[in-house]
Design a protein around this ligand. Sequence first.
Ligand SMILES: Nc1ccn([C@@H]2O[C@H](COP(=O)(O)OP(=O)(O)OP(=O)(O)O)[C@@H](O)[C@H]2O)c(=O)n1
Ligand SMILES: C[C@](O)(CO)[C@H](O)COP(=O)(O)O
Length: 220
Amino acid sequence: MSAVALVVAAGRGERLGSSGPKAFVMCGGRPMLEWSIDALRAVPEVEHVVVALPPGIEAPAGTSGVVGGSERSHSVRAALHHTLAGDPVLVHDAARPLLTPEIVRACLAGLDADADAAIAAARVTDTIKEGDGATPASVARTLDRDRLWAVQTPQVFRRDVLERALAQPHDVLAAATDDASLVEAMGGTVRLVECPRENLKVTTLVDLHVAEALLAARRP
Ligand SMILES: Nc1ccn([C@@H]2O[C@H](COP(=O)(O)OP(=O)(O)OP(=O)(O)O)[C@@H](O)[C@H]2O)c(=O)n1
Ligand SMILES: C[C@](O)(CO)[C@H](O)COP(=O)(O)O
């Protein structure tokens, strides 16, 4: 297998409230992006790593860089177009610094012969209720938690499937919060690969504190 990894790192980090791009915020003593690059480069099946970056920022050592787009999926598409080869294609958020080589391997292995994609996800442990959309909100229904998964990255795709999923109009891509949902909309088969909840996304300041604590706990 010769997989290519696309790491999206071109977001602004508005919900974190950082002064610069979130992927370059210090996390556990280094820019957040570097943790994911290390985990990906520790897996020999990943032959090449491409990073979608904010304008004017150089790619980390051992990777190649491309300027990202206005929304996340546009950045994924820019990075995909930057690669000439590599199948399957693994997409990962720089905002998930708790990635491990084991998670990368599990997601690559999850792409079986009948699947179009395999995505990291954790089983939901909370009770989830759907609101009725009114203000004040009331409960419309309680969802069956046994069937619910909180989706993460990596998300691994057959190259031709991801190319087709991303060959859609700008506003369709802008509305997608992950790439697998574009494949689902095309009728594709997306496998769920159970991964630890620790593979969290740093969205707010609380997440950053939790990520730093988890990274510190990993130190020998
Ligand atoms: N135009 C964008 C938007 C997001 N991302 C990347 O997609 C991942 C997930 O996005 P998110 O956490 O929503 O990041 P931001 O867009 O930076 O956050 P916010 O929505 O709070 O501004 C991050 O690694 C982010 O850098 C990207 O490469 N290009
Ligand atoms: C792709 C993603 O990380 C899966 O959980 C996530 O959807 C990114 O976008 P978000 O808008 O920050 O949830």
